[in-house]
Write a protein that binds this ligand. Structure first.
Ligand SMILES: Nc1nc2c(ncn2[C@@H]2O[C@H](COP(=O)(O)OP(=O)(O)OP(=O)(O)O)[C@@H](O)[C@H]2O)c(=O)[nH]1
Ligand SMILES: [Mg+2]
Length: 401
């Protein structure tokens, strides 16, 4: 669960030299939220042009479906798609005229039959647009009905009949915690979902949408930022998280911390060069190496290593390295500097904290001591080659374990 993971990381991770704990905590929150929301990049929306893509909008009444439908039409028309809008809301009086006017304003195709069953309207509309060579169809649906159950029923039937490529749930950013419950109900009825976050303007922060994402696993693709049709943007997780936390410059803070963390690795190499090799240095080295990619590849790339590591051995070694990282994360600052103080009961506690066994903890310490000797020898002989020498030392260490 998200908040537990943030809490755990905030307690376990050490800020790199030059950063405060508060900054590190913000970065952890940023990292976790951004990754929950799909990563740092904006979502992909380049649908194929040689066939028809159908996007069906769903959402509770007043969430902004009809407005967002017109916004999407504008967005994709600008990108060269042949767009068609279908009004599948014959429940609310005026829904037909509202969408028709918007379609005319944007300059895209429109289909609707007032008074007809929405499911029939939608399939007829799709047929007509196929004949016209439309390659992007947006279906606006009802937000109110006799009852919530009948609304959900209609959305299910619509989705089954027209088989949309994407069902986009429109969520009002000004809504608070009601959002996830509604989102879950709709998402269950109509999976394959993405989210259109409307009304993310004014003072709205969209916290409810965040919970909706967590609850449904659907990703936000677009945001609406005003009443006009051109007030639509591709969703940007970093910008959303900054807004959510009320911090405009969060991204630059995160960049700075990433730099500092890199410098932490460099500092470790320097420390080793001067003969210092604590678990801290080992941690920084393993972490740097794990970031580089698969172990087998790295070892091949080291000049003079000349050793092909079998895939299974590489997998096993990687598993072990990750275990070691977890163990070291569970150690106190003092234990990292002087692992010899770790006795039976502390080994047990560390094992519990890292999801490993005391045997794993003892093995790491033993291997570390072997490496430390190797590092000392290496530091004397190959002072300049040192960064690479560590890998060789570790290769031996792992093989022997
Ligand atoms: N500020 C702002 N207002 C918006 C945005 N999107 C929609 N609205 C407004 O929200 C209200 C409802 O929008 P609609 O598009 O009619 O909502 P709907 O979901 O189609 O409503 P029903 O069809 O009745 O279920 C209108 O007054 C819109 O102008 C937005 O991104 N920002
Ligand atoms: Mg509507």
């Amino acid at each position: 669960d998200l908040s537990r993971r943030i809490e755990k990381r905030a307690l376990e991770e050490e800020p790199p030299p030059g950063a405060t704990r508060r900054e590190l905590t913000l970065k952890i929150i940023y990292d976790e939220l951004t990754s929950l929301l799909g990563g740092e990049k904006t979502p992909k929306v380049d649908y194929p042009r040689n066939k028809m893509t159908k996007i069906m909008l769903v959402g509770i009444q007043g969430s902004g479906k009809t407005t967002s439908a017109a916004k999407l039409a504008w967005f994709f028309k600008k990108r060269g798609y042949r767009v068609g809008l279908i009004c599948a809301d014959n429940y609310r009086p005026g829904a037909y005229d509202q969408l028709k006017q918007l379609a005319e304003m944007v300059g895209v195709n429109f289909f609707g039959i007032p008074g007809e069953d929405p499911v029939k309207v939608a399939s007829k509309g799709v047929e007509e647009f196929k004949r016209k060579g439309v390659n992007l169809v947006i279906i606006d649906t009802a937000g109110r009905h006799k009852s919530e159950a009948s609304l959900i029923e209609e959305m299910k039937t619509l989705a089954k009949t027209i088989n949309p490529d994407e069902i986009m749930m429109v969520i009002d950013a000004t809504l608070g915690q009601q959002a996830p419950a509604q989102a879950s109900a709709l998402h269950e009825a109509t999976p394959r979902g993405a989210i259109f976050l409307s009304k993310l303007d004014g003072s709205a922060r969209g916290g409810g949408a965040l919970s909706a994402v967590a609850a449904t696993g659907a990703l936000i693709k677009f945001v609406g930022t005003g009443e006009k049709v051109e007030e639509i943007e591709l969703f940007s997780p970093p910008r959303f998280v900054s807004r959510l936390l009320g911090m405009g410059d969060l991204q630059s803070l995160v960049e700075r911390l990433r730099e500092l963390e890199k410098m932490d690795e460099r500092a470790a190499i320097e420390a080793i060069a001067s003969g210092k090799f604590t678990l801290r240095e080992l941690y920084a080295q393993i972490q740097a190496m794990r970031k580089m990619g698969p172990l087998a590849k790295i070892l091949q790339a080291i000049p003079g290593f000349g050793y092909q590591l079998p895939i299974e051995a590489a997998d096993e070694a990687e598993e072990k390295l990750d275990k070691w990282l977890a163990i070291m994360q569970s150690m106190t600052a003092e234990e990292l500097e002087r692992p010899e103080i770790i006795d039976g009961s502390r080994a047990k506690r560390i094992a519990r904290g890292s999801g490993t066994t005391p045997r794993d903890v003892r093995e790491l310490i033993k291997q570390y001591q072997t490496m430390k000797k190797l590092v000392k020898q290496f530091a004397k002989k190959h002072r300049r080659m040192l960064g690479k020498g560590i890998f060789k030392g570790m290769g031996i260490g792992i093989g022997g374990g």
